[in-house]
Design a protein around this ligand. Structure first.
Ligand code: FSO
Ligand code: SF4
Length: 543
């Protein structure tokens, strides 16, 4: 196996024996094959469209789901990945039959017949290392990781009825380009930037889907303690799933708690109205082994990030996966033909569970997505004009288990009192329980929501640019100190670059998949940088 798609990759270079995330070599190899099949489907889809022929709607869901299921910590279930490979081969062959008369390129991705007995040989030709030139490999992988993030956001929006065929076509065309062994550096670099633009579109679509379905997020205090009823813990990013769960648990005497990235569900009027959505239990994804043990009730994963439970984990039996996620031995809840899920089994498991064990007490504040912040715009602009707020620091992105991430807690604590943190994603758990106070009633940590709500932060920045009459978004008093872990953070980064944001610092380490030359171009063109020490970085950011 070879995988270097996430921040925790072994030795900062690549996982080769087993994933630090727990991914087994065979799972990694199946994923390489699945990605090759997705590329094959995309090449034919792209060629058919170029020739003015119709393709097949089956491409849409297949490509999105397959990309999503290869994101870090989403799926550890080889059988479910193998099933996707088989489905993809069928789709590719169906498309190839339609391409009769079109000269298709001579790619490995169009030749493999999907023979399961050949998996262990076939993956070698199509994995990440198939591209020898490390700069070309870097640009291709940067594109595909961005597309994985895009696919995740697309899927959530699609489940709420929002789709965009242009985004699907872009995804397939981009995958077709990276399939070409002769694609050049310039073409691929432009593709990376185009992927960022498509990312903005996908994030805007998800923002529209979430807010049209559940209302605009509003300032909300979220309980972090527990009640006396048994509970169901729901993690991940899919708001459609939590709505289904809230509807089905209403009046049952079972409470619903959010975990990790599901915390922002509390900010939406049409979700917070459910009285039995009682709180957020625990922290970011990587603390789940302890927190799921003490939660006592069933846990449902709507998306990544799954940490493989230890062999003696007391919660494996009560762990359920959904959508693109999977874990061997865990129950997978399918989406029904009406687009909804049936949580009967989860509810039944909750009935036989004890109430959660309290691990902390109090409240956290959030709900500062663009609409809410723009309602406070006058107050914010006044505070900036009179010097009470001197700097905004975007600290969006991911949390993770590496000790080096304590930097972000220290950085938040060390910020001058006239700085405000704008956050989104699970990175916030590094500082959202600190008492950082407020400036003229404006909290010093403004949480917009999930990682996709980084879009909200961009909207806020563009609004401030307009209010202050600036010709360049980079003239705003905003610093970007972003933490990354997996591929959704990649599309967030590419999206910010495509909006013209410069001098973004990313940590706790730079991606292993950026070759020295690609990193150099990003530094020269966009001012991308890593992190150093809290003290030095504060100086670099002019604080
Ligand atoms: Fe965190 Fe996991 Fe949202 Fe990621 S939960 S790490 S960036 O999936 O997607 O922020
Ligand atoms: Fe390693 Fe990250 Fe890939 Fe897992 S996702 S195998 S930790 S690089």
């Amino acid at each position: 196996m070879f995988c270097y798609q996430c921040q925790e990759t072994a030795n900062g270079t690549g996982c080769v024996l087993k994933g630090v995330c727990g991914k087994q070599p065979q799972t990694s190899e199946y994923m390489d094959l699945l990605l090759a099949v997705v590329r094959g489907v995309s090449v034919v889809d792209s060629e058919l469209r170029k020739a003015g022929k119709t393709t097949c709607d089956c491409v849409n869901d297949f490509v999105i789901d397959a990309l999503f299921c290869t994101i870090t910590n989403a799926n550890f279930d080889d059988d479910s990945i193998a099933a996707r490979i088989e489905k993809g081969i069928e789709i590719r062959n169906k498309l190839m039959a339609k391409a009769d008369g079109i000269a298709l390129p001579d790619y490995e991705e169009l030749k493999w017949n999907g023979d399961k007995s050949q998996y262990d040989k076939a993956y070698k030709k199509v994995g990440v290392l198939r591209t020898e030139n490390e700069d070309i490999r870097s640009l291709k992988e940067l594109t595909v990781y961005g597309l994985k993030g895009l696919a995740a956001y697309y899927e959530h929006a699609a489940r709420l009825g929002f789709t965009d065929k242009e985004l699907i076509n872009f995804t397939c065309d981009a995958l077709a380009t990276i399939t070409n062994p002769n694609a050049g550096q310039e073409e691929l670099f432009n593709l990376v930037l185009e992927t960022g633009k498509a990312g903005v579109k996908a994030m805007a679509m998800l923002d529209e889907a979430n807010t049209k379905s559940y209302g605009n997020p509003e300032i909300t205090k979220v309980n972090i303690g527990v009640g006396k009823n048994p509970g169901i813990l729901i993690s991940g990013h899919d708001l459609h799933d939590i709505e289904d769960l809230l509807k089905q648990t209403e009046g049952t005497g079972i409470d619903v708690y959010t975990h990790g990235e599901m915390l922002p569900a509390h900010y939406y009027p049409q979700l917070k109205k459910y009285k039995h959505l009682v709180g957020n239990y625990g922290n970011a994804w990587w603390k789940q082994r302890e927190e799921f043990s003490s939660f006592n009730g069933p846990v449902v994963f709507t998306t990544n990030c799954i940490v493989p439970p230890l062999a003696n984990a007391n919660y494996k039996e009560r762990m359920f996966t959904m959508n693109s996620t999977g874990f061997p031995g865990c129950k997978h809840i399918e989406t029904g033909s009406d687009g909804h899920k049936d949580f009967t089994e989860v509810i039944e498991a909750a009935r036989h569970s004890n109430a959660p064990t309290e691990i902390e007490h109090g409240e956290i504040l959030g709900g500062f997505a663009h609409n809410q912040v723009l309602e406070l715009a006058d107050k914010i602009v006044e505070a900036v004009k009179n010097g009470d707020i001197k700097k905004f620091v975007v600290m969006a992105g991911c949390d993770g288990r590496m000790k080096s991430r304590n930097y972000y807690t220290d950085f938040a604590k060390a910020l001058p009192k006239d700085a405000v943190i704008l956050t989104a994603g699970c990175a916030k758990y590094k500082y959202n329980k600190l008492e950082l106070g407020d400036i003229n009633g404006i909290p010093r940590v403004l949480d917009a929501g999930q990682c996709n709500d980084s879009y909200s932060l961009a909207v806020i920045a563009m609004k401030l640019q307009e209010v202050f009459g600036l010709d360049d978004i980079n003239k705003l008093p905003i610093a970007y100190n972003i933490a990354w872990y997996e591929q959704k953070a990649v599309i967030v980064l590419l999206a910010l670059l495509s909006l013209g944001v410069k001098n973004i610092h990313i940590g706790p380490s730079l991606p292993a998949f950026l070759s020295a030359n690609v990193a150099k171009v990003l530094v020269e063109q966009f001012g991308i940088a890593g992190i150093t020490t809290v003290e030095d970085d504060l100086k670099i950011f002019g604080m």
